[in-house]
Design a protein around this ligand. Structure first.
Ligand SMILES: C[S@@+](CC[C@H](N)C(=O)[O-])C[C@H]1O[C@@H](n2cnc3c(N)ncnc32)[C@H](O)[C@@H]1O
Length: 224
């Protein structure tokens, strides 16, 4: 009997199935608008020569874009082994395999190496325990922490709640273990403030919010 929790298995299976299509979509269309904003925020705050950790990297294209934008190296981790396979193949195809590493790992339960920049692009909304992911991310980040979450604020809030409920109903009927979570933005901000980060940039796209936080207080475990 497997000891992998069912939500973790559900997320991994969902993104295993989507991995190839997501990679092809990126190859045809490039980054989505919200991911491009996240990359711009990081670039403007200093990406050249930095190390990057991407939590929930999927097929790795954002992590590889950070190298093309000047990062010295990146590590991407994800629950989906198919996505990680695609990411490593894509790194080889791009000639970046010496500077990019992709591994299967649950970042909510596994400490990750200290990095200058940590990103989570549309990941918090796929995992039930946002605090655990944010703890790993903030413990690992020496300077910047960027993330993208659903636009669950203001006039969009009711629409987001209905959209999430419908998606979750469909996933339940499909007997999939995947669920969409709208974690409260105030709790995210509070946890990051308590971990020594301050919000530096915020932007909206149609469905997403893009945040960049900067470390303002002393770092935690990576300095021990
Ligand atoms: C919506 S996808 C986004 C993938 C990629 N960041 C992108 O924008 O294309 C969310 C990804 O987060 C991963 N994920 C969710 N929870 C995770 C966790 N606890 N640890 C590692 N990866 C996780 C999923 O497997 C999935 O690949």
């Amino acid at each position: 009997m497997s000891s992998v929790p069912s939500h973790e298995k559900g997320i991994a299976e969902t993104f295993d199935d989507l991995a190839h299509d997501r990679c092809c979509k990126y190859k045809s269309n490039g980054l989505t608008a919200s991911s491009q904003v996240l990359l711009d925020f990081i670039s403007k705050n200093g990406l050249v020569g930095k190390t990057v950790l991407e939590i929930g990297c999927g097929t790795g294209f954002f992590a590889l874009e950070t190298i093309r934008s000047g990062a010295v190296s990146c590590l991407g981790v994800d629950l989906s082994s198919a996505a990680i396979h695609e990411a490593n193949e894509f790194a080889k195809e791009s000639g970046l395999q010496d500077r990019a590493r992709f591994e299967v790992s649950n970042a909510a339960s596994t400490r990750q190496p200290a990095s200058d920049v940590v990103v989570m692009d549309k990941v918090l909304c796929c995992y039930p325990d946002a605090d655990a992911l944010l703890k790993t991310a903030s413990d690992s980040s020496k300077e910047l922490l960027g993330f993208v979450v659903p636009r669950d604020e203001g006039l969009m809030k009711p629409a987001m709640k209905i959209g999430a409920a419908l998606i979750n109903l469909v996933e339940k009927l499909r007997k999939s273990g995947f669920r969409l979570y709208l974690h409260p933005l105030r709790s995210i901000d509070q946890l990051l403030s308590e971990s020594g980060f301050q919000q530096a940039n915020k932007a909206k796209s149609r469905f997403w919010l893009v945040f960049l936080y900067k470390r303002s207080g002393p770092a935690l475990s990576w300095r021990e």
